[in-house]
Design a protein around this ligand. Structure first.
Ligand SMILES: [Ca+2]
Ligand SMILES: [Ca+2]
Length: 310
């Protein structure tokens, strides 16, 4: 990515959360789940063996127990999916494979409701992890599938569930927790299931977002980058340089300062893109860089150059 594009992307970090969405985390990009709100496609029963647009396969029996109905979670349009099951005939949806980066952070979320109060439900929202060859990620002490919520019990009102997924910090111990991304995972399939429960469940607003963990953990670096006005300084310097004869001492100093500013900006951008586990492990590097960004000498050097040129 070009520096200017990366800067634009950084500027968007702060205001990147969709307003209608209840997400608690800064995210990069949009929803990785296609038609997670079930607004694409017609209202009515989903024919046996078929799935709503964007989804891969009906789970379990494929007996046509799915329907798109006129109801929606807050801020999630006008449609949702209803899953009607019995105690021995489960149903649900599997999503297509979605590529992920196991060194980054994600959030999986969704809204669920039932027809009324119940002691328990079979409503589950989760995912299954897959490796580079499309194989299910199995570990000696944990399964390849984990849940945002299992046996959800929201009652008749829509309830929002979300789970922050972080890289497994102990990839060699043969297990990953439910909220950890197995180190060998390269893709996931979202699951929304009504498993062996005699009743109807409703799902809407299913989301999977890349979380900007760097922005979450170190918002100061973005602020320092903005506060340093590096772009404005570089623009001023370039204008100065354009007005100077190429072989003067002033031009040489302006070029050197420009190179220094570019290098500093590149370091700051690289810092903001670091893998999550590195962020967690290294507490000292970023504050040092922020100090450098905040160093007032940039402005003094530029002013001196401009005075000398003027
Ligand atoms: Ca919807
Ligand atoms: Ca582990």
């Amino acid at each position: 990515m070009k520096p200017a594009m990366m800067l634009a992307a950084l500027a968007m970090l702060v205001a990147s959360i969709p307003q209608a969405f209840a997400l608690d985390y800064p995210v990069i990009g949009g929803n990785l789940i296609e038609n997670g709100s079930f607004e694409d496609g017609p209202l009515g029963p989903v024919p046996a063996g078929e799935v709503p647009p964007g989804w891969w396969r009906e789970a379990y029996s494929a007996n046509g127990q799915l329907a798109i109905v006129a109801d929606a979670a807050p801020g999630e349009g006008t449609q949702c999916v209803r899953m009607t099951a019995t105690s021995d005939d489960s149903t649900g949806l599997h999503g297509p494979l979605i590529e992920i980066d196991a060194t980054q952070a994600y959030v999986q979320c969704g809204w669920i409701r039932m027809d009324g109060a119940a002691d328990r439900s079979g409503l589950n929202l989760g995912r299954q992890w897959f490796g580079a060859e499309g194989e299910s990620v199995e570990q000696p002490s944990s399964r390849s599938y984990t849940y945002v919520v299992s046996g959800a019990n929201p009652g008749a009102q829509w309830r929002y569930y979300e789970q922050l997924l972080l890289p497994d910090p102990t990839p060699d111990d043969g297990a990953s927790r439910a909220d950890e991304i197995p180190a060998m995972a390269r893709a996931l399939r979202v699951w929304a299931l009504n498993y062996r429960w005699n009743g109807a469940g409703y799902f809407d607003g299913l989301g999977l977002y890349r979380v900007d963990y760097a922005a979450m953990a170190r918002p100061a670096i973005v602020e320092a980058l903005e506060a340093a006005h590096i772009d404005e300084a570089a623009t001023e310097l370039r204008e100065t340089l354009a007005a100077l004869p190429e072989d003067t001492e002033g031009a040489g100093r302006a070029r050197a300062l420009l190179a220094e500013l570019d290098a500093l900006r590149a370091r700051a951008l690289a810092e903001a893109e670091r893998p999550v586990l590195e962020w967690m492990a290294d507490q000292d590097r970023t504050p040092a860089l922020i100090e450098e960004l905040q160093d007032a000498r940039w402005e003094m050097k530029i002013r001196a150059l401009l005075r000398a040129a003027g």
